[in-house]
Design a protein around this ligand. Structure first.
Ligand SMILES: [Zn+2]
Length: 172
């Protein structure tokens, strides 16, 4: 629970103090959302300015955010963990980042290619063998070669490799 939420629950229901705390909390939430929106736009503009070819994972964002609760007959497992992940996903808003990259790339003739995400995190970008995610999910461990690298770097290299495969030969 955030600092502002705590203040809100301490205030008496219907009181002027509670009303004011609610307003402050709303303002704070909007401020955070504006900051995120701004950071997102700056990041996508920078990416499009600095790269001619952008490869992204073709994530089905809606499916990822909807899956945590599960059906009534079959309640989702690890609901708390997944809900946490989904909240972080929504904060980062991959769908919006993809949308911005696509239209900004269109302005300047950049190319955006979405790569199927299957195994981009599990496969070793150096030797192609299956590995596993290690050390609090930050590192990728290659089972074949026995060394580690940054998880995002490994996935990005796999996306780049998939990108090369999808392009016509004369544009590689
Ligand atoms: Zn390897």
């Amino acid at each position: 629970m955030g600092l502002n939420s705590k203040v809100l629950t301490r205030r008496k229901k219907g009181s002027a103090g509670r009303q004011k705390a609610r307003q402050t909390l709303r303002r704070f939430d909007r401020h955070i959302a504006d900051r995120r929106d701004d950071a997102r736009h700056k990041a996508t503009t920078r990416l499009v300015q600095n790269h001619g070819l952008l490869g992204i994972e073709d994530l089905n964002v809606r499916a990822m955010t909807a899956s945590a609760r599960g059906a009534v007959a079959e309640p989702g497992r690890q609901v708390a963990q997944k809900a946490g992940l989904n909240r972080r996903m929504l904060d980062v808003a991959p769908g919006e980042i993809r949308r911005q990259l696509t239209y900004k790339a269109g302005w300047t003739g950049r190319i955006v290619i979405a790569i199927p995400p299957a195994y981009t995190s599990q496969d070793c970008s150096a030797c192609g063998m299956r590995g596993h995610v290690a050390r609090g999910e930050r590192m990728f461990a290659c089972d074949a070669r026995g060394d580690e690298m940054d998880r995002d770097t490994n996935a990005a290299r796999n996306i780049r490799a998939g990108d090369q495969r999808l392009r016509p030969p004369d544009r590689r």
